[in-house]
Design a protein around this ligand. Structure first.
Ligand code: PQ2
Ligand code: NAD
Length: 212
């Protein structure tokens, strides 16, 4: 098993090929669509849930068996069929065209694997066990979901706004004092308790106290 290198990839408006239309394809397609990818499904059959996405023009469906030209412009390729020969062929074709490929069920044929992900606004945590146990990856994701709640979205967007202000108004040594104070837990806790204006007050007061 290789030591996989994790990256966060911008898939907005990027073409992605998914071969197969079963449950696994559905799971991959849903995540791809929620990250802005333009998804093309190639499969003789698709599940009703995928059919709905196609009817709503959320993704494209080529109703046929896979053939090598389907790789097309795809920047990522997923092979989610139950047929090992088809999966093997998709993997070979993608690799021939230097496209990263994920073959469900078979890490050996993958050039990348998919982590278990959780998102809270700009916080994005991806968990992988390198293929050792997808169930453990899911369990760790669930534990992290309990640890980092919905407050993270508001918390990070608030910090993002202040980052620009702090960069332009405070010298580097005061910036670190500011960030240590703002991220010591109090602001996050106030947001967790829906006390947003008090959280903003703590930040503002700290900022003003550090201005010359
Ligand atoms: C994270 C997640 C993302 C996603 O796919 O979206 C994901 N699998 C998930 C769930 C899951 N998959 C399976 C079960 C049933 C229980 C079980 O068998 O363990 C469950 C549990 C469930 O359903 O909750 C079956 C399974 N999966 C693989 C094999 C083949 C093998 O291990 O050799 C088999 C056996 C097939 C069989 O026996 O028929 C292989 C892979 N699955 C991966 C990712 C990659 C490694 C991730 C890592 O460990 O780092 C890798 C290598 C390739 C890939 O698919 O990218 C998603 C959790 C999403 C979430 O809930 O957060
Ligand atoms: N990695 C995982 O997370 C995971 C989880 C469960 C199952 N699996 C395994 O992954 C495989 C797929 O699972 P599933 O539940 O989606 O299976 P499925 O049988 O529901 O779907 C397979 C799909 O592949 C399509 N297909 C078959 N031949 C094709 C071809 N030549 N070209 C294009 N499409 C073709 C079928 O029409 C079907 O839509 C199975 O082998 C299963 O054991 C993996």
């Amino acid at each position: 098993m290789p030591q996989y290198y994790p990256i966060f990839m911008d898939l907005k408006d990027q073409s992605v090929l998914v071969v197969g239309g079963g449950n696994v394809a559905l799971r991959k397609v849903q995540t791809l669509l929620s990250h802005g990818a333009v998804v093309r499904i190639v499969s003789p059959k698709v599940l009703p849930e995928l059919r709905t996405l196609v009817d709503d023009r959320t993704c494209y469906w080529l109703e046929k068996e896979y053939s090598p030209e389907d790789i097309g412009e795809a920047c990522l390729v997923f092979s989610c069929t139950e047929n090992e020969e088809v999966n093997q062929q998709v993997s070979l074709d993608a690799k021939t065209h230097y496209r990263p490929v994920n073959v469900v069920d078979d890490p050996e044929k993958c050039s990348f694997i998919v982590p278990s992900i959780m998102e809270r606004g700009d916080l994005n945590i991806a968990v992988s066990t390198g293929g050792s146990s997808p169930i453990v990856a899911r369990q760790i994701r669930q534990e992290l979901e309990a640890l980092y709640g919905s407050e993270m979205k508001e918390y990070l967007s608030l910090l993002k706004v202040w980052r620009t202000k702090v960069k332009t108004s405070l010298p580097p040594e005061k910036r670190s004092v500011f960030w240590d104070r703002i991220t010591d837990g109090e602001v996050r806790k106030l947001i967790q308790e829906d006390r947003l204006s008090e959280a903003e007050g703590v930040i503002k007061q700290c900022f003003l106290s550090l201005l010359d």
